[in-house]
Design a protein around this ligand. Structure first.
Ligand code: SF4
Length: 298
C-alpha cells in the first residue's frame, strides 16, 4: 500500500493540453472569472448539496456550519493519517536498518501521536474513537514497515540509502498557493509525494467528486510551482469491521481539469451576484447545515 505512493507503477501518463495546465493562469479557461473571491477546494468540489446552497449560506448569509459526527470522524481519521506520516519522517532520520526497527520506532510513538490527534476533538467523540485510532496507527505502522523492509531487501545494496531519502521527500500538509486560480492562498495538500503527487485521505463512500479535489490541487500546484502534476491518489480509510484502506490512482486528465474550472466559475458567479440557488431535492443528514435548513429556518 505505502510503497505504491512512493513507487507507483505508472504505465499510462495522461496527455494534458497546455492550455489546461495551472501555469496558464493568465488565460481562459484557467484564469478565474473573478479576482475578488478566493475559494477553498472543498467549496468548489463538494457536491453533498447539489445546488450549492451550502456555499450560499456560508458565504452570503454568513451562517456557520455545525460539524456533524461523520464529519468529525472523517477529520480525526485524516489527522491521524497525516500525523503518522509526520512521525514516519522523524523515524527515518533515525536510520532504521530494517522494517522491524522502523516498526519499533513508530509504535513507541503511538500513544503520543494518538493523544495529540485527539486533543482537538470533543470528549464524547474521543471516547468513541480512541481505540480505533490506536488500531489504525498500528495498522499503518505495520504496513509502512513491511513495505520499507521489502524495498530494502529488493533494492541493490548501492540503492538502499536512496530509499530512506525517498521517504524523506514526503511532505505532510503541504501548503499550496492557489490565489492565481481564484482559490485560497493557503491550500493544504494532505500528503505530497513525488513523483505521484498529491495524496488525499478520505473516509466514507467513494464519490466521483473526490477526484475533482485532486484536480484542483494539481492546478493550484502547477500555477504556483510550474511543475506538472499528472496523477493523484485517493486513500479511503474504513474503521468498521476491522481496518481497511482502499487506494485509487487518479489521472488528472483534461476532462477533470475542465470540470473543476467550470465548477469554480459557476460557484463564483453565484457568490458574486449573491444569487440564492435554491434548495436541492435531497439533503444528506450528515450535511453541516442540516440543522439550519431542516429546522424551519428557510
Ligand atoms: S441541508 Fe440541504 S439545502 Fe441545506 S446545505 Fe445541506 S444539502 Fe444544502
Amino acid at each position: 500500500m505505502f510503497a505504491e505512493i512512493l513507487y507507483p507503477k505508472i504505465v499510462d501518463i495522461p496527455s494534458v493540453s497546455e492550455e489546461l495546465r495551472g501555469w496558464n493562469w493568465k488565460n481562459p479557461p484557467v484564469a478565474p472569472l473573478l479576482e475578488s473571491i478566493k475559494l477553498g477546494i472543498w467549496e468548489v468540489t463538494s457536491r453533498y448539496c447539489a445546488t450549492r446552497y451550502d456555499a450560499y449560506l456560508h458565504r452570503v448569509l454568513k451562517v456557520s456550519p455545525r460539524p456533524t459526527k461523520p464529519m468529525l470522524l472523517g477529520r480525526v481519521v485524516h489527522d491521524l493519517f497525516v500525523e503518522t506520516f509526520k512521525c514516519l519522517k522523524k523515524a527515518i532520520l533515525e536510520e532504521p536498518k530494517s522494517g522491524s526497527e522502523l516498526y519499533y520506532i513508530l509504535t513507541s510513538n503511538r500513544k503520543k501521536v494518538v493523544a495529540h490527534t485527539l486533543e482537538r476533538f470533543p470528549t464524547n467523540l474521543v471516547d468513541d474513537i480512541s481505540c480505533k485510532l490506536n488500531s489504525l496507527y498500528n495498522h499503518l505502522s505495520l504496513q509502512i514497515s513491511a513495505d520499507y523492509d521489502r524495498l530494502m531487501v529488493e533494492a541493490p545494496r548501492i540503492a538502499r540509502p536512496s530509499i530512506a531519502d525517498r521517504f524523506l521527500t514526503i511532505s505532510c500538509e503541504r501548503p499550496v498557493d492557489g490565489s492565481r486560480l481564484g482559490l485560497s492562498s493557503w491550500l493544504m495538500v494532505d500528503i505530497y509525494a513525488p513523483p505521484i503527487g498529491i495524496v488525499e485521505v478520505k473516509t466514507g463512500p467513494l464519490k466521483d467528486f473526490h477526484e475533482l479535489s485532486l484536480s484542483g490541487y494539481a492546478l493550484a500546484m502547477e500555477s504556483s510551482e510550474y511543475a506538472p502534476i499528472n496523477f493523484g491518489q485517493l486513500m479511503y480509510v474504513y474503521l468498521n469491521n476491522g481496518i481497511r484502506i482502499l487506494r485509487k490512482l487518479v489521472r488528472i486528465s483534461d476532462e477533470l481539469r475542465k470540470e473543476f474550472l467550470e465548477e469554480r466559475d459557476k460557484l463564483m458567479e453565484i457568490l458574486y451576484h449573491e444569487r440564492d440557488p435554491g434548495l436541492p431535492n435531497e439533503c444528506p443528514e450528515s450535511c453541516p447545515y442540516y440543522f439550519y435548513c431542516k429546522d424551519g429556518k428557510v
